[in-house]
Write a protein that binds this ligand. Structure first.
Ligand SMILES: CC(=O)SCCNC(=O)CCNC(=O)[C@H](O)C(C)(C)COP(=O)(O)OP(=O)(O)OC[C@H]1O[C@@H](n2cnc3c(N)ncnc32)[C@H](O)[C@@H]1OP(=O)(O)O
Ligand SMILES: O=C(O)CCC(=O)C(=O)O
Length: 363
């Protein structure tokens, strides 16, 4: 499964956002260095900014640069004008969307797809197709799309409103796979039920060819599968980083967040400032001997750092080890006195805690 990063297009869609051209280009460059196979920087018909960003990144990036387009000629022309490598034509086949979002019928939508795809090809770019609201679309209509466009390298199924769970997604994709080569299937997932990352992993497990991801889940409503979660879970579960340079993952995500002036809550998995910090006595005592005891992976393998801190939560075992590292006696009386000092001065990181022990308790 390869990854298409949609941070720049989906993130810019969030209420109140309007990333600048410079922000999107800087973030796009960081994503390209990270090694994702494709980057979707924007929706060129929305304005000159996305045209220019797409053109700049298409010119510079190793990754395929993907431009979004409705199944209308003006959108395709804007994407071609932006010199995108791939034009992602999108539209829905679900009754709900056909009636209320598009005001048309299914056959007319197919005819619009036909025309848009041909226009992309004539313009010299690669057409892809995304079926919006695909997981609330009868399977027969999805299969019809794969049959109608046998030469399209990728048809992406969007869980546009994020209603799939791992079990239901596995069921739907497995059933689809009875008639369709899943290597041609992409997934575009949303996190409304908190299942987006788990769903992306299910997609990989069943043999899907591509998943869209975004840094820190930036995207419409609850966002998309977080690239940092998908990659780390992929490495842990399958030994698979999906083409990304694992050691650069966390710094690259932080660069993207800084470029876009986005922040994440301190407790957010992987990127949160507090999630690799440990203070409780039982944990830190064991981690001083062997960090794996209380962490799921070595943060250094993904460019992050663990932080052990010592203070009111430190126990005797941890205190003894710190005193020993400082070359001090670790008798019961010294341990008790040192614990008092840690409680008063903490939280201290490991080096500071050893310094305190050396300064006050080593002879
Ligand atoms: C599921 C997604 O996330 S798709 C991406 C969503 N992103 C955005 O909307 C980006 C910000 N949007 C915009 O700047 C504007 O909405 C634009 C430039 C895209 C379009 O603006 P407008 O031309 O004013 O159209 P509007 O926003 O009202 O969009 C609705 C029109 O698009 C049509 N449309 C919507 N999706 C599609 C599609 N996939 N294929 C063809 N037509 C479509 C609708 O039928 C409707 O047509 P109508 O005006 O004839 O009724
Ligand atoms: O992913 C696309 O190509 C556009 C559609 C989309 O963002 C969605 O359905 O959620």
């Amino acid at each position: 499964m390869y990854l298409c990063d949609v941070t720049l297009r989906e993130g810019d869609q969030m209420p109140g956002r309007n990333y600048t051209e410079a922000q999107k280009v800087a973030a796009g460059r960081a994503l390209d260095r990270l090694g994702v196979d494709a980057i979707q920087p924007g929706f060129p018909v929305t304005g000159e900014k996305d045209v220019r960003v797409t053109r700049t990144l298409a010119d510079e990036c190793e990754a395929d640069v993907v431009a979004l387009a409705r199944a209308v000629s003006g959108d395709v022309d804007a994407a071609l004008d932006a010199e995108a490598d791939v034009v992602e034509v999108f539209g829905a086949l679900s009754s709900l969307q056909l009636e209320h979002a598009l005001g048309t019928d299914r056959e007319t939508m197919f005819e619009r797809f036909d025309a848009a795809i041909e226009r992309v090809r004539d313009g010299g770019a690669t057409p892809h197709l995304t079926l919006v609201d695909a997981f609330r679309t009868e399977r027969e209509h999805l299969v019809a799309a794969f049959e109608r466009y046998p030469d399209l390298p990728m048809v992406t199924l969007a869980d546009t409103v994020g209603v799939r769970t791992p079990a239901s997604l596995r069921h739907d994709l497995t059933a689809l796979g009875e008639g369709v080569d899943l290597a041609r299937v992409g997934v575009h997932l949303h996190d409304d039920l908190g299942c987006a990352t788990a769903n992306a992993l299910v997609a990989h497990e069943v043999g899907v060819g591509k998943a869209d991801v975004s840094v820190a889940s930036l995207g419409e409503r609850a966002g998309n599968p977080a690239v940092e979660e998908v990659v780390i879970a992929g490495v842990l579960e399958y030994g698979e980083s999906f083409g990304v340079t694992a050691a650069d993952l966390v710094p690259a995500c932080r660069t993207v967040l800084a470029a876009l002036e986005e922040s994440v809550p301190p407790r957010k998995a992987i990127l949160g400032s507090e999630v690799m910090e440990h203070e409780s006595g039982i944990h830190t005592a064991a981690m001083l001997r062997e960090p794996r005891t209380f962490e799921p992976f070595d943060p250094g393998a993904f460019g992050a750092e663990r932080r052990l801190v010592f203070g009111a939560g430190t126990g005797r075992s941890g205190a003894r080890q710190l005193l020993e590292r400082a070359g001090a006696d670790a008798d019961e009386e010294t341990v008790a006195a040192y614990l008092d000092r840690l409680a008063a001065e903490g939280p201290l990181d490991t080096e500071e805690a050893v310094d305190l022990a050396r300064r006050e308790f080593a002879s």
